[in-house]
Design a protein around this ligand. Structure first.
Ligand code: ADP
Ligand code: MG
Length: 443
């Protein structure tokens, strides 16, 4: 058996619950035969679960230890495995797909500016990144990139690092998460090597700190970071920070840090719109050298109003499962896989009529106005919320929703659904409305 397999399992166990780990991964073993990795599993149930549900974490973990060109197959062979879980019931069934984890040390070669897809949702951030590469330390310092999860903040930030290294390979570029910064700090104190810690960060030529929001509420770290920041900025050394929200919304962030973070340029990255989603899927296919037809990519982009990371994960799952099952990537097959990921909280579809009635009641408007042609401002939001609920909860196609809402075009519906989807990720007010309306509907 291959000794690297336990290392792959280590990576995986960090990313999933221990129950899931025990149920699905603990009994597995693997060996490399003729350049192909054979992963042994105790039964078909485990095989299917690994190849469908856990592929998005299995694949990168294998690539990390066996190289990205290693093919692997999953084989049922109880004789070669540890003891399997007894029944399905003993295993916690958690059908959210875990995201592949970021390699936190140094730059990931995959994340360059040239393979960053630019669209409406991220073009400002991209332009800022380019400006910085041209004029580091002088155009905007710091550059503060914020946005929801999986929208490409880490990718863009590392792209800046690669591009600057390309211009000057001798630059000292530090990329790390704010957690790594904190761990280094704590270690510096414990081993009485604060001098080394400070030298490392303060002598850099480009400091990229990812997910800075995690330093909130930690006074000693904030103090230390404040001094690091000042020293670098004072020398015109470029600093780039990312966060899941703008500085003033990070709770328990010292005011002096928040004002420093706002003192350069703040740009946000939004959820990708439809065209950008298609472009991202295309780019990922090219990167992986997978051929998937445009109509399939469109189908995925249409069904998944979500961030780049989830799109990429789903694409990978579709392509890899097809290979494992020896099945061509047809529309039916893709629909089937997409169907598995649609998350309906109560597993029941809501009645479209009820949705319309409840939203009208909630906003105190009349159905005639709602389906009518009027573009009055106070009707826009309720209409879009209805579009969103009919799409997400009732699973109606855009076309049909358009018909229900007085013959509106399907692109109008698509736009409305995306609008609310994006807003519900960042706007508390909209979040609250959706939750309240859903409560009445399911209750
Ligand atoms: P974040 O840091 O915002 O959570 P990441 O930068 O980790 O998101 O991006 C998640 C995944 O999506 C990565 O694999 C990244 O390459 C991909 N991705 C995100 N945005 C883009 C983009 N504009 N073009 C290409 N790939 C993207
Ligand atoms: Mg990130």
């Amino acid at each position: 058996m291959d000794t690297r397999w336990p290392k792959v399992l280590d990576i995986i166990s960090d990313q999933i619950s221990s129950t899931n780990y025990k149920g699905w991964f603990a009994p597995t073993k693997a060996e490399l035969i003729g350049g192909e990795l054979i992963v042994y599993v105790p039964n078909n149930f485990v095989k299917e679960t690994l190849s469908i549900k856990f592929l998005p974490i299995l694949q990168p973990a294998i690539s990390q230890h066996f190289g990205s060109n290693t093919n692997f197959i999953i084989k049922v062979d109880p004789g070669k495995c540890g003891k399997p879980p007894k029944t399905e019931d003993e295993i916690e069934l958690d059908f959210t797909t875990p995201a592949p984890r970021n390699v936190a040390s140094g730059l990931n070669p995959k994340y360059t500016l040239s393979n960053f897809v630019v669209g409406f949702s991220n073009n400002l951030a991209y332009a800022a990144a380019q400006a910085i590469v041209k004029n580091p330390g002088l155009s905007y310092n710091p550059l503060f990139i914020y946005g929801g999860t999986g929208v490409g903040k880490t990718h863009l930030m590392q792209g800046i690092g690669h591009a600057m290294l390309q211009n000057n390979p001798r630059l000292k570029v530090i990329y790390c998460s704010s957690e790594k910064f904190m761990n280094d700090f704590v270690q510096g104190i414990q081993t009485k090597k604060m001098g080394d810690f400070r030298a490392k960060y303060r002598n850099s030529d480009l400091l990229l700190i990812d997910d800075i929001q995690f330093i909130s509420g930690r006074d000693a770290i904030q103090e230390e970071f404040f001094h690091t920041f000042n020293e670098l900025q004072g020398r015109n050394t470029q600093i780039v920070l990312t966060s899941d929200r703008p500085p003033h919304e990070i709770q328990k962030l010292e005011a002096r840090l928040a004002s420093r973070f706002q003192g350069g340029l703040m740009v946000d990255i939004q959820q990708p719109d439809f065209d950008t989603r298609v472009a991202i899927l295309k780019a990922k296919c090219e990167e992986q050298r997978e051929e998937v037809s445009d109509s399939i990519l469109t189908l995925i982009a249409e069904s998944m109003v979500t961030n780049a990371r989830e799109l990429e994960g789903k694409l990978l799952q579709i392509v890899q499962t097809a290979k494992l099952l020896n099945q061509p990537v047809t529309e039916d097959y893709v629909r089937q896989i997409l169907g598995q990921s649609i998350n309906i909280p109560s597993a029941q579809k809501l009645d479209p009529k009820k949705v319309i009635i409840e939203v009208n009641r909630y906003f105190n408007i009349k159905t005639v106005d709602l389906v009518g042609p009027r573009r009055k401002k106070e009707l826009v939001l309720p209409r879009q919320i209805i579009m969103y609920l009919l799409y997400q909860e009732c699973k109606l196609p855009y076309q049909r929703i358009g018909e229900i809402l007085g013959g509106r075009d399907h692109t109008t519906i698509m736009h409305g659904v995306e609008k609310i989807h994006e807003a519900s990720a960042r706007d508390r007010e909209i979040q609250r409305m959706i939750i309240e309306i859903k409560q009445v509907l399911v209750g």
